[in-house]
Design a protein around this ligand. Structure first.
Ligand code: SAM
Ligand code: SF4
Length: 266
């Protein structure tokens, strides 16, 4: 699909839940967020059906995210349903890795190609502070399980302060090099204030070359993380919501977006 600025739109990021087992300081308030009632969340079958339509329209790359995708009940079944479709070139997941040791082998067997795991520091105390209680050992076990399961490539996402360079997560860079994991540095963003930048080592945040649409767990297709415009699959149907999002994709993000990282998966 081509948008009005001649960008090739072929990548759909799906937030399968707004729930999370961590409370990262830059993402969620300590007390959590008002949860979307279960009956307003897309069912696994509804997500599957939207994916089918998206693939028929030219999407060929899908990433499952959240919230934390591994807390969504039935996530392995969803991977299996999506992976069985023709036309999919790449099926990936972004996860905090806390539950990855439990799920890695099953995810691989179900057809997941690869994972990005969020890790901002190698210091267990600092990790617990940033995530408000997360245990880094769980993530390290998850990474080992992902490697053993053959999920590849494994990438690490490290959030660094808005104004700092990748050296802020130098220990993660060294760990990645030792283990053969690619590391991407994401500058901490503030969507409301319009603070967003490109991802170093990745492709996010580069408006001129953006190829993405996002699907929220409520069933809204958002053409841009940095813009509130959204198209509801439940009222428009998947095909029209996707086409409207491509037609309505803004040239570039703007400050003041009410979107959230935990709601749209980054
Ligand atoms: N829970 C999963 C995880 O943490 O990987 C997936 C969802 S999380 C919202 C996706 C990515 O967004 C993570 O890599 C996280 O570090 C990043 N993120 C969250 N809040 C952010 C912020 N304010 N600025 C930049 N990146 C952010
Ligand atoms: Fe949860 Fe991911 Fe947000 Fe951290 S960044 S609170 S792990 S959704």
């Amino acid at each position: 699909m081509l948008d009005p600025y001649k960008r090739h739109i072929h990548y759909l990021r799906i937030s399968v839940t707004d729930r999370c087992n961590l409370r990262c300081v830059y993402c969620m308030p300590e007390e959590g967020v008002p949860l979307i009632p279960h009956d307003q969340i897309l069912s696994l079958e509804e997500i599957r059906d939207i994916v089918k339509v998206a693939l028929s329209l030219g999407i060929d790359k899908i990433r499952l995210t959240g919230g934390e995708p591994l807390v969504r009940k039935g996530i392995v079944d969803l991977v299996a349903m999506i992976a069985s479709f023709e036309g999919l070139r790449d099926l990936a997941m972004t996860t905090n890795g806390i539950l990855l040791s439990t799920f890695a082998a099953d995810l691989k067997a179900a057809g997941l190609n690869r994972v990005n795991v969020s890790l901002d520091t190698m210091d267990p105390v600092r990790y617990a502070e940033i995530t408000r209680g997360g245990k880094i050992e769980d993530v390290l076990e998850g990474l080992a399980a992902a490697k053993a399961a053959g999920l590849s490539p494994i990438k690490l996402n490290a959030v660094v302060p808005f104004n700092s360079g990748p050296l802020a997560a130098g220990d993660v860079a060294r760990f990645g090099e030792e283990q053969g994991f690619e590391v991407r540095f994401i500058h901490q963003m503030d969507l409301q204030a319009g603070e967003f930048t490109v991802v170093e080592g990745g492709e996010g945040g580069d408006c001129a070359h953006c190829s993405r649409l996002r699907l929220s767990s409520r069933g809204i297709i958002y053409p841009c993380l940095f813009n509130d415009i959204g198209f509801d699959v439940k009222t428009l149907g998947a095909r029209e919501a996707i086409l409207a999002a491509v037609r309505g994709k803004p040239k570039c993000g703007v400050p003041g977006s009410g979107n959230t990282f935990y709601g749209l998966g980054g």
